[in-house]
Design a protein around this ligand. Sequence first.
Ligand SMILES: *Cc1c(COP(=O)(O)O)cnc(C)c1O
Length: 359
Amino acid sequence: MPNQPRFLDHIDRMTGYIPGEQPRQGQVIKLNTNENPYPPSPKVLETIRESVTQDLRKYPDAGASGVRSRLSNILGAPPEHFVVGNGSDELLNVILRCFAGPGDRVVFPTPTYPYYDKLIALQDAVAVPVPLDDEFNIPIDKLVQEDARVTLLANPNSPTGIGLCVDQLGELAQRVNGILVIDEAYVDFSQHQAIDVARKHKHVIVTRTLSKSFSLAGVRVGFAFASPDIVAGLWKVKEHYNVSSLSLVAAEAALDDIGSMHDHTKRVVATRERLTQQLQQRDFFVWESQANFVLARLPAGADQPGDARPLYEGLKNKGYLVRYFDGQPRLADCLRISVGTDDQIDGLLKAIDEIRSQT
Ligand SMILES: *Cc1c(COP(=O)(O)O)cnc(C)c1O
């Protein structure tokens, strides 16, 4: 009998994370993974091109000092408060490796970012999902009552687009005992941010990313903001060369041209408001989003709740990919639509009208 490879039990039990579809061919309009429809700053592309040199034989700066000094200027806190990661996903991973061991409870509202489940399972920790309330608001009291080792909160949340305001974030930080992670992947599209909360409370970690608002999902750069003590601990755990040289220079250039990001986010927010109104006019229920996507609930049928799958498939046939949440009963009548350009959204609305006039 040859040796059978034997995985650790908790890895064997895991189901893999299923990322949003990334079709490689065809004329698909991707409105399913909350990428930015606008390009990165031209300075980013220029800087990457200039950095494709012999110097790539060298390891990158493990301290990401260029990125951290820029973050320090932008957010008004010393560089010791920042750690840079290979996307904010890596930092979420590092945070759980630091703070959640086998059997430790990790609480989070649900539905939310599905990657949290995977990270918790990887640690052999215990996932404690707390359902959003009937209106999909975040249940602060219940999160606090769970008194978990780690509390994870995407703010604004995905797939709902709604989140806590600054005062509520402060209240949560005040009342939660363990580590509170506030995942601000969509913060630049929102009016509420938690950096000040993390300045005040040493058990709070804020994570952010350049993937969404800076149009750099392919470059994989994110960062965490926390007290210097926490940052020093995360630092020990992360891969030392976790961010490539090309990604570091891209991030530096993106931060140097932050105006480009602000212009694009303003456009996305304006389109988001228009998309919301247009869907409401078509009798969808749309949650008031603070992110670069909207969650829309189909109008209920005469005697049954709506089912979003036929519309999702109809749109896919017409070349519009949106997010349908297979196997999630609370979202069975909902679609999450990333905000594209105005033209893309006009096309999407037209496709919706065509599909609905046929049924
Ligand atoms: C997109 C997203 C992330 C991942 O960001 P990366 O920096 O690309 O790893 C993290 N959290 C939430 C809620 C997201 O939607």
